[in-house]
Write a protein that binds this ligand. Structure first.
Ligand SMILES: Cc1cc2nc3c(=O)[nH]c(=O)nc-3n(C[C@H](O)[C@H](O)[C@H](O)COP(=O)(O)O)c2cc1C
Length: 343
Protein backbone atom coordinates (compact mmCIF):
# COMPACT_ATOMS: atom_id res chain seq x y z
CA UNK A 1 0.00 0.00 0.00
CA UNK A 2 1.59 3.25 -1.12
CA UNK A 3 1.11 6.20 1.23
CA UNK A 4 0.35 9.48 -0.53
CA UNK A 5 -0.67 11.51 2.52
CA UNK A 6 1.01 14.81 3.15
CA UNK A 7 0.82 17.57 5.70
CA UNK A 8 0.22 21.07 4.40
CA UNK A 9 -0.45 24.05 6.68
CA UNK A 10 -1.11 21.65 9.51
CA UNK A 11 -3.85 20.00 7.44
CA UNK A 12 -3.54 16.27 6.91
CA UNK A 13 -4.17 15.75 3.18
CA UNK A 14 -4.83 12.43 1.48
CA UNK A 15 -2.36 13.22 -1.31
CA UNK A 16 -0.34 16.18 -2.63
CA UNK A 17 -2.82 17.15 -5.40
CA UNK A 18 -4.42 20.51 -4.71
CA UNK A 19 -6.61 22.53 -7.05
CA UNK A 20 -5.32 26.11 -7.18
CA UNK A 21 -7.45 29.23 -7.34
CA UNK A 22 -9.45 29.66 -10.54
CA UNK A 23 -13.03 30.06 -11.74
CA UNK A 24 -13.30 26.26 -11.95
CA UNK A 25 -14.20 26.16 -8.26
CA UNK A 26 -17.06 28.61 -8.84
CA UNK A 27 -19.33 25.71 -9.71
CA UNK A 28 -20.49 23.35 -6.99
CA UNK A 29 -20.68 20.58 -9.56
CA UNK A 30 -16.98 21.11 -10.39
CA UNK A 31 -16.04 21.15 -6.74
CA UNK A 32 -17.75 17.77 -6.21
CA UNK A 33 -15.99 16.45 -9.28
CA UNK A 34 -12.64 17.65 -7.92
CA UNK A 35 -13.12 15.69 -4.73
CA UNK A 36 -14.28 12.61 -6.65
CA UNK A 37 -11.28 12.84 -8.98
CA UNK A 38 -8.92 12.80 -6.01
CA UNK A 39 -8.18 16.45 -5.15
CA UNK A 40 -6.86 16.61 -1.60
CA UNK A 41 -7.82 20.28 -1.09
CA UNK A 42 -9.29 23.15 -3.06
CA UNK A 43 -8.26 26.77 -3.14
CA UNK A 44 -11.21 28.96 -4.10
CA UNK A 45 -10.74 31.81 -6.56
CA UNK A 46 -9.53 35.05 -5.00
CA UNK A 47 -11.55 37.88 -3.68
CA UNK A 48 -9.61 41.02 -4.50
CA UNK A 49 -8.80 43.84 -2.13
CA UNK A 50 -10.25 46.14 -4.78
CA UNK A 51 -13.60 44.33 -4.60
CA UNK A 52 -13.74 44.65 -0.83
CA UNK A 53 -12.70 48.29 -0.88
CA UNK A 54 -15.27 49.01 -3.56
CA UNK A 55 -17.90 47.36 -1.42
CA UNK A 56 -17.26 49.49 1.66
CA UNK A 57 -16.93 52.57 -0.52
CA UNK A 58 -20.29 51.76 -2.08
CA UNK A 59 -21.90 51.27 1.30
CA UNK A 60 -20.70 54.72 2.42
CA UNK A 61 -22.05 56.26 -0.75
CA UNK A 62 -25.35 54.43 -0.53
CA UNK A 63 -25.84 55.59 3.03
CA UNK A 64 -25.00 59.20 2.32
CA UNK A 65 -26.17 59.77 -1.26
CA UNK A 66 -28.63 57.16 -2.39
CA UNK A 67 -27.92 54.09 -4.42
CA UNK A 68 -26.62 55.22 -7.77
CA UNK A 69 -24.08 53.01 -9.40
CA UNK A 70 -20.47 54.05 -9.76
CA UNK A 71 -18.98 51.25 -11.77
CA UNK A 72 -16.83 53.70 -13.72
CA UNK A 73 -14.66 54.26 -10.62
CA UNK A 74 -13.12 50.85 -11.21
CA UNK A 75 -13.55 50.57 -14.93
CA UNK A 76 -10.20 48.79 -15.12
CA UNK A 77 -11.80 45.98 -13.13
CA UNK A 78 -15.03 45.59 -15.11
CA UNK A 79 -16.01 42.29 -13.58
CA UNK A 80 -16.22 43.99 -10.19
CA UNK A 81 -18.81 46.54 -11.29
CA UNK A 82 -21.50 44.55 -9.50
CA UNK A 83 -20.07 45.16 -6.07
CA UNK A 84 -22.92 43.28 -4.41
CA UNK A 85 -21.49 40.06 -5.82
CA UNK A 86 -18.43 40.54 -3.60
CA UNK A 87 -17.83 39.34 -0.08
CA UNK A 88 -21.33 38.03 0.77
CA UNK A 89 -21.48 35.96 -2.39
CA UNK A 90 -17.97 34.67 -1.71
CA UNK A 91 -18.82 33.64 1.84
CA UNK A 92 -22.09 32.00 0.74
CA UNK A 93 -20.20 30.05 -1.88
CA UNK A 94 -17.52 29.05 0.62
CA UNK A 95 -20.17 27.73 3.00
CA UNK A 96 -21.87 25.78 0.20
CA UNK A 97 -18.56 24.26 -0.87
CA UNK A 98 -17.79 23.28 2.72
CA UNK A 99 -21.16 21.56 2.95
CA UNK A 100 -20.70 19.45 -0.13
CA UNK A 101 -17.10 18.25 0.16
CA UNK A 102 -15.11 16.80 3.03
CA UNK A 103 -11.66 17.88 1.82
CA UNK A 104 -10.14 21.13 3.14
CA UNK A 105 -11.24 24.33 1.43
CA UNK A 106 -8.85 27.26 1.33
CA UNK A 107 -10.22 30.77 0.81
CA UNK A 108 -8.08 33.09 -1.27
CA UNK A 109 -7.69 36.83 -0.84
CA UNK A 110 -5.66 38.95 -3.19
CA UNK A 111 -4.42 42.10 -1.54
CA UNK A 112 -1.32 44.20 -1.20
CA UNK A 113 -2.05 47.31 0.82
CA UNK A 114 -3.00 47.35 4.51
CA UNK A 115 -6.67 48.19 5.04
CA UNK A 116 -10.15 47.20 6.10
CA UNK A 117 -10.27 44.38 3.54
CA UNK A 118 -8.12 42.32 5.88
CA UNK A 119 -11.15 41.72 8.09
CA UNK A 120 -12.45 39.54 5.31
CA UNK A 121 -9.91 36.90 6.29
CA UNK A 122 -11.66 36.65 9.65
CA UNK A 123 -15.05 36.40 7.97
CA UNK A 124 -13.78 33.61 5.74
CA UNK A 125 -12.49 31.84 8.84
CA UNK A 126 -15.91 32.20 10.49
CA UNK A 127 -17.57 30.86 7.33
CA UNK A 128 -15.54 27.65 7.66
CA UNK A 129 -12.40 28.15 5.57
CA UNK A 130 -9.74 25.65 6.61
CA UNK A 131 -6.98 28.10 5.72
CA UNK A 132 -6.42 31.41 3.96
CA UNK A 133 -4.21 31.84 0.92
CA UNK A 134 -3.07 35.44 0.59
CA UNK A 135 -2.06 36.29 -2.94
CA UNK A 136 0.33 39.23 -2.95
CA UNK A 137 0.59 39.87 -6.69
CA UNK A 138 1.83 43.39 -7.23
CA UNK A 139 3.93 45.33 -9.68
CA UNK A 140 6.07 48.28 -8.78
CA UNK A 141 6.21 50.94 -11.49
CA UNK A 142 7.37 53.86 -9.34
CA UNK A 143 11.17 54.32 -9.55
CA UNK A 144 11.17 55.90 -6.09
CA UNK A 145 9.99 52.70 -4.44
CA UNK A 146 12.90 50.52 -3.30
CA UNK A 147 13.07 46.72 -3.10
CA UNK A 148 13.50 46.85 0.66
CA UNK A 149 10.32 48.96 1.00
CA UNK A 150 8.40 46.45 -1.09
CA UNK A 151 9.60 43.58 1.08
CA UNK A 152 8.93 45.43 4.33
CA UNK A 153 5.35 46.18 3.24
CA UNK A 154 4.83 42.58 2.29
CA UNK A 155 6.10 41.29 5.62
CA UNK A 156 3.92 43.80 7.51
CA UNK A 157 0.94 42.79 5.41
CA UNK A 158 1.41 39.14 6.27
CA UNK A 159 1.78 39.96 9.97
CA UNK A 160 -1.46 42.00 9.82
CA UNK A 161 -3.48 39.29 8.14
CA UNK A 162 -1.99 36.73 10.53
CA UNK A 163 -3.20 38.83 13.47
CA UNK A 164 -6.81 38.67 12.17
CA UNK A 165 -7.07 34.88 11.95
CA UNK A 166 -6.34 31.70 13.86
CA UNK A 167 -6.49 29.31 10.91
CA UNK A 168 -3.33 28.62 8.85
CA UNK A 169 -2.13 31.24 6.40
CA UNK A 170 -0.36 30.56 3.11
CA UNK A 171 1.24 33.35 1.11
CA UNK A 172 1.28 33.15 -2.67
CA UNK A 173 4.32 34.95 -3.98
CA UNK A 174 5.69 36.20 -7.25
CA UNK A 175 9.23 35.13 -8.18
CA UNK A 176 10.68 38.61 -8.70
CA UNK A 177 12.57 39.36 -5.48
CA UNK A 178 16.29 39.99 -4.99
CA UNK A 179 16.68 37.47 -2.17
CA UNK A 180 13.91 34.91 -2.12
CA UNK A 181 15.48 32.87 0.73
CA UNK A 182 15.70 35.89 3.03
CA UNK A 183 12.17 37.02 2.19
CA UNK A 184 10.83 33.50 2.71
CA UNK A 185 12.37 33.29 6.19
CA UNK A 186 10.94 36.69 7.11
CA UNK A 187 7.48 35.81 5.84
CA UNK A 188 7.52 32.64 7.92
CA UNK A 189 8.60 34.70 10.95
CA UNK A 190 5.71 37.09 10.25
CA UNK A 191 3.28 34.18 10.50
CA UNK A 192 3.05 32.53 7.09
CA UNK A 193 2.52 28.79 7.58
CA UNK A 194 3.04 28.09 3.91
CA UNK A 195 4.53 29.68 0.82
CA UNK A 196 2.93 29.10 -2.56
CA UNK A 197 5.50 29.46 -5.32
CA UNK A 198 4.85 31.22 -7.68
CA UNK A 199 2.30 33.50 -9.24
CA UNK A 200 2.61 33.58 -13.00
CA UNK A 201 3.56 36.97 -14.38
CA UNK A 202 0.82 37.85 -16.82
CA UNK A 203 2.54 40.20 -19.24
CA UNK A 204 0.23 42.12 -21.53
CA UNK A 205 0.83 41.88 -25.27
CA UNK A 206 0.90 44.65 -27.87
CA UNK A 207 -1.67 44.93 -30.64
CA UNK A 208 0.39 46.93 -33.12
CA UNK A 209 -2.55 47.38 -35.52
CA UNK A 210 -4.80 49.00 -32.94
CA UNK A 211 -1.85 50.48 -31.05
CA UNK A 212 -3.11 49.08 -27.77
CA UNK A 213 -1.74 47.05 -24.90
CA UNK A 214 -3.92 44.01 -24.36
CA UNK A 215 -4.17 41.43 -21.58
CA UNK A 216 -3.40 37.86 -22.67
CA UNK A 217 -4.02 34.81 -20.61
CA UNK A 218 -2.46 31.64 -21.87
CA UNK A 219 -2.25 28.40 -19.96
CA UNK A 220 1.05 27.17 -18.56
CA UNK A 221 3.04 24.13 -19.61
CA UNK A 222 5.48 21.92 -17.72
CA UNK A 223 8.48 24.08 -18.65
CA UNK A 224 7.24 26.68 -16.14
CA UNK A 225 7.69 24.14 -13.39
CA UNK A 226 11.50 24.44 -13.47
CA UNK A 227 11.57 27.88 -11.84
CA UNK A 228 9.39 26.56 -9.01
CA UNK A 229 11.45 23.37 -8.58
CA UNK A 230 14.58 25.44 -8.34
CA UNK A 231 13.37 27.69 -5.53
CA UNK A 232 11.54 25.00 -3.59
CA UNK A 233 14.70 22.87 -3.73
CA UNK A 234 16.69 25.79 -2.33
CA UNK A 235 14.17 26.74 0.38
CA UNK A 236 13.40 23.21 1.55
CA UNK A 237 14.40 22.85 5.24
CA UNK A 238 15.63 26.43 5.34
CA UNK A 239 12.28 28.02 6.06
CA UNK A 240 9.73 27.24 8.77
CA UNK A 241 6.83 27.14 6.34
CA UNK A 242 5.40 24.44 4.12
CA UNK A 243 6.13 24.83 0.44
CA UNK A 244 3.53 24.54 -2.30
CA UNK A 245 4.19 24.63 -6.01
CA UNK A 246 1.82 26.37 -8.39
CA UNK A 247 2.72 26.85 -12.03
CA UNK A 248 3.50 24.24 -14.65
CA UNK A 249 2.20 21.15 -12.85
CA UNK A 250 0.56 19.07 -15.59
CA UNK A 251 1.62 15.44 -15.17
CA UNK A 252 2.41 12.82 -12.52
CA UNK A 253 6.08 13.35 -13.28
CA UNK A 254 5.66 17.07 -12.50
CA UNK A 255 4.06 16.22 -9.16
CA UNK A 256 6.83 13.75 -8.30
CA UNK A 257 9.48 16.32 -9.20
CA UNK A 258 7.74 18.87 -6.98
CA UNK A 259 7.79 16.49 -4.03
CA UNK A 260 11.42 15.59 -4.64
CA UNK A 261 12.26 19.30 -4.64
CA UNK A 262 10.62 19.53 -1.21
CA UNK A 263 7.04 20.63 -1.83
CA UNK A 264 4.31 19.48 0.52
CA UNK A 265 1.73 19.90 -2.22
CA UNK A 266 1.56 20.67 -5.91
CA UNK A 267 -1.29 22.73 -7.29
CA UNK A 268 -2.99 22.70 -10.65
CA UNK A 269 -5.13 25.04 -12.71
CA UNK A 270 -4.08 25.10 -16.38
CA UNK A 271 -4.00 21.31 -16.70
CA UNK A 272 -7.51 21.01 -15.31
CA UNK A 273 -8.82 23.75 -17.60
CA UNK A 274 -7.20 22.03 -20.58
CA UNK A 275 -7.77 18.33 -19.89
CA UNK A 276 -10.72 18.44 -17.51
CA UNK A 277 -11.04 17.88 -13.78
CA UNK A 278 -10.84 14.10 -14.16
CA UNK A 279 -7.21 14.58 -15.18
CA UNK A 280 -6.52 14.55 -11.43
CA UNK A 281 -7.40 10.87 -11.19
CA UNK A 282 -5.10 9.87 -14.05
CA UNK A 283 -2.27 11.85 -12.44
CA UNK A 284 -2.82 10.00 -9.20
CA UNK A 285 -2.91 6.62 -10.98
CA UNK A 286 0.31 7.47 -12.89
CA UNK A 287 2.01 8.56 -9.67
CA UNK A 288 1.11 5.33 -7.91
CA UNK A 289 2.33 3.27 -10.87
CA UNK A 290 5.65 5.11 -10.96
CA UNK A 291 6.13 4.81 -7.21
CA UNK A 292 5.36 1.10 -7.31
CA UNK A 293 7.81 0.55 -10.20
CA UNK A 294 10.51 2.45 -8.32
CA UNK A 295 9.76 0.85 -4.96
CA UNK A 296 8.74 3.99 -3.11
CA UNK A 297 6.39 3.40 -0.22
CA UNK A 298 5.34 6.98 0.45
CA UNK A 299 5.61 10.53 -0.77
CA UNK A 300 7.32 11.41 2.52
CA UNK A 301 10.11 9.02 1.58
CA UNK A 302 10.88 11.00 -1.58
CA UNK A 303 10.21 14.51 -0.25
CA UNK A 304 13.25 16.73 -0.68
CA UNK A 305 15.37 13.94 -2.23
CA UNK A 306 16.52 16.40 -4.91
CA UNK A 307 16.61 19.49 -2.70
CA UNK A 308 19.78 21.53 -2.52
CA UNK A 309 20.53 20.06 0.91
CA UNK A 310 20.22 16.48 -0.27
CA UNK A 311 22.07 16.32 -3.55
CA UNK A 312 25.82 15.56 -3.32
CA UNK A 313 26.64 18.42 -5.71
CA UNK A 314 24.55 21.56 -5.14
CA UNK A 315 26.21 23.41 -8.06
CA UNK A 316 23.13 23.01 -10.30
CA UNK A 317 21.25 25.24 -7.86
CA UNK A 318 23.90 27.94 -7.82
CA UNK A 319 25.80 30.28 -10.13
CA UNK A 320 27.82 27.31 -11.35
CA UNK A 321 24.72 26.03 -13.13
CA UNK A 322 24.67 29.13 -15.31
CA UNK A 323 28.26 28.60 -16.39
CA UNK A 324 27.82 24.84 -16.84
CA UNK A 325 24.60 25.20 -18.82
CA UNK A 326 26.02 27.72 -21.24
CA UNK A 327 29.31 25.92 -21.70
CA UNK A 328 27.55 22.57 -22.23
CA UNK A 329 26.05 23.83 -25.51
CA UNK A 330 27.92 22.09 -28.34
CA UNK A 331 29.57 24.48 -30.76
CA UNK A 332 27.65 24.35 -34.02
CA UNK A 333 29.50 24.94 -37.25
CA UNK A 334 28.26 28.32 -38.48
CA UNK A 335 26.98 28.21 -42.07
CA UNK A 336 29.51 29.90 -44.37
CA UNK A 337 26.93 30.77 -47.01
CA UNK A 338 23.34 31.90 -46.90
CA UNK A 339 21.03 28.94 -47.59
CA UNK A 340 19.97 29.01 -51.29
CA UNK A 341 16.29 29.70 -50.58
CA UNK A 342 17.14 32.90 -48.66
CA UNK A 343 19.02 34.48 -51.55
C1 LIG B 1 -8.48 31.52 -15.51
C2 LIG B 1 -7.59 31.61 -14.31
C3 LIG B 1 -8.03 32.28 -13.17
C4 LIG B 1 -7.20 32.38 -12.04
N1 LIG B 1 -7.67 33.01 -10.91
C5 LIG B 1 -6.86 33.09 -9.83
C6 LIG B 1 -7.32 33.70 -8.63
O1 LIG B 1 -8.46 34.14 -8.51
N2 LIG B 1 -6.44 33.78 -7.59
C7 LIG B 1 -5.17 33.27 -7.65
O2 LIG B 1 -4.43 33.34 -6.67
N3 LIG B 1 -4.73 32.67 -8.77
C8 LIG B 1 -5.53 32.58 -9.84
N4 LIG B 1 -5.07 31.96 -10.97
C9 LIG B 1 -3.70 31.41 -10.97
C10 LIG B 1 -3.73 29.91 -10.64
O3 LIG B 1 -4.24 29.69 -9.34
C11 LIG B 1 -2.32 29.31 -10.71
O4 LIG B 1 -1.51 29.82 -9.69
C12 LIG B 1 -1.62 29.58 -12.05
O5 LIG B 1 -2.51 29.38 -13.14
C13 LIG B 1 -0.41 28.68 -12.22
O6 LIG B 1 -0.76 27.34 -12.15
P1 LIG B 1 -0.96 26.41 -13.46
O7 LIG B 1 0.31 26.38 -14.19
O8 LIG B 1 -1.39 25.09 -12.89
O9 LIG B 1 -2.06 27.06 -14.25
C14 LIG B 1 -5.90 31.83 -12.09
C15 LIG B 1 -5.46 31.17 -13.24
C16 LIG B 1 -6.29 31.05 -14.33
C17 LIG B 1 -5.80 30.31 -15.55
Amino acid sequence: MIELTTNYLGLQLKNPLVVSASPLSESIQNVRLMEDAGAAAIVLRSLFEEQLNLESYALDRDLSQGTESFAESLSYLPEFSDYRAGSDAYLDHLMRVKECVSIPVIASINGITPGGWMHFAKEAEAAGADAIELNTYSLVTDPLVTSSEVERHLIELVAHVRSHIRIPLAVKLSPQFSSIPNLAVQLADAGANGLVLFNRFYQPDFDIEKLTVVPRLCFSNSSELLLRLHWVAILYQHVRADLAITGGVHTAEDVLKGIMAGASVTMMTSALHQFGIRHLSSIQADMLRWMLDHEYESTNQMRGALSRNSVPDPTPYERGNYIKTLSSYPLQRAPLHQPAHRK
